[in-house]
Each structure stands twice: as structure tokens, then as C-alpha cells.
Design a protein around this ligand. Structure first.
Ligand code: 5GP
Ligand code: MG
Length: 186
């Protein structure tokens, strides 16, 4: 599909499932190299958006690890509300673990900064961030986003592959970008 319509907006194809798969494969290769020999790797996926990314990258990471999920939200429609709400806490042992936070997209960095603080309070051995999409020009955080598969040239709004527009579009296998003139009645 080249274009999709969700609610009152039009979106155009940005990344195909094959391109996503390749980008995640390259990211997993780096993690496999950097964490080789690690005995306490813990992947933490950020629900809801990262459910596909977490499942796909976890299957390409060949180091024994655990996976757990936390649910937070900051977005409303097309923009961040600027504050984090925790919807589901992390229910697993973190102390002494090498944690990799998995989010499908990093924009301002508010979510990742909050998650770093939350995880660090649980005494892990290390914490790193991995994301499929990185809107580096919108990033205001002070934490390194060490593993970013794709850096977006412009901080445009995207949907699909876990990413929603008002809860629509999450299950699409490809990623779509908001049309410049995306209103259906424009
Ligand atoms: P940040 O806290 O870095 O500003 O934003 C992180 C979260 O906002 C992401 O995990 C995602 O849920 C949401 N988000 C950021 N940019 C986009 C976007 O382009 N599309 C969608 N659907 N969600 C986004
Ligand atoms: Mg997310």
C-alpha cells in the first residue's frame, strides 16, 4: 500500500517491512557484538508502541536474555503532552542487570529520560537505549541514544509498525509518514 487514511489524515509509505527488517538486523548485530558474553541481559520494551519492534529485535539478539515490558504514555493525537504517565510498572528484577530499553521511536527524549531514571533507581549494572526511529533534530534529552536504526532527517509524524494515530494504524506492517497536506478535507 502506497497510502493509507487514518481518521482525518492521509499518510504515505516511508519504510517497507523489508527495510524495517534490514535496519533492525543491523541494530541487533551491533548489540550482539557489544553485549557478547553478558550474562544478565534484560530487554525492556515500552508499550504500546514498541510491541512489534521488541518482538522483532529480540528474535535477532542471539545472547541469552530476558524480556519484560513497561507501559507509559506521553502522546495525544499528533503531539507529545510533555509529561509521562505510567500505565503499567515493570514487574521484574532489574538489580545487577544490563538493561536495554526498547522504544520504536525517540522524539524529544522525554520518555527515554524518564525511563532511564526509573530503571536506574532499580540498581541495574548498565542501561542503554535502542530505537528503530530517531528524530535527532527534535531530541532535547541528555542521555545517549546508543542504538538507533534510522535517523529521520525531519521530525515528521509517522504511523504503522506499532506507531498509532489516535490508536489507529498500529498493526500496519510498513511505516507511513503524515502527508504535508494530510487533512482529508484539505
Ligand atoms: P518522546 O518522549 O521522545 O518525545 O516521544 C516518545 C514517544 O512518543 C514514542 O515512544 C511514541 O509513543 C510517541 N511518538 C513520538 N513521535 C511519534 C510519531 O511520529 N508517531 C507516533 N505515532 N508516535 C510518536
Ligand atoms: Mg513508544
Amino acid at each position: 500500500m502506497e497510502r493509507v487514511r487514518l481518521g482525518d489524515k492521509h499518510f504515505s509509505l516511508y519504510m517497507t517491512a523489508e527495510q524495517i527488517d534490514r535496519a533492525i538486523g543491523e541494530l541487533a548485530d551491533r548489540i550482539n557484538r557489544d553485549y557478547a558474553g553478558t550474562e544478565s541481559l534484560l530487554l525492556v520494551g515500552v508499550l504500546n508502541g514498541a510491541y512489534m519492534f521488541a518482538a522483532d529485535i529480540a528474535r535477532k539478539i542471539n545472547i541469552p536474555c530476558r524480556i519484560a515490558f513497561i507501559k507509559v504514555s506521553s502522546y495525544d493525537g499528533l503531539a507529545s503532552r510533555g509529561e509521562i504517565a505510567m500505565k503499567l510498572p515493570l514487574c521484574c528484577d532489574v538489580e545487577g542487570c544490563d538493561v536495554i530499553l526498547l522504544d520504536e521511536i525517540v522524539e524529544t527524549g522525554l520518555t527515554m529520560s524518564w525511563l532511564f531514571g526509573y530503571i536506574e533507581s532499580m540498581k541495574p549494572r548498565s542501561v542503554a537505549a535502542a530505537t528503530l526511529l530517531y528524530k535527532r533534530c527534535a531530541y532535547k534529552g541528555d542521555r545517549e541514544i546508543k542504538y538507533a536504526a534510522v535517523t529521520m532527517a525531519e521530525p515528521l509524524f509517522v504511523v504503522g509498525y506499532g506507531l498509532d494515530y489516535n490508536e489507529e494504524g498500529r498493526t500496519l506492517k510498513d511505516i507511513y509518514i503524515l502527508d504535508e497536506n494530510g487533512d482529508t478535507n484539505a
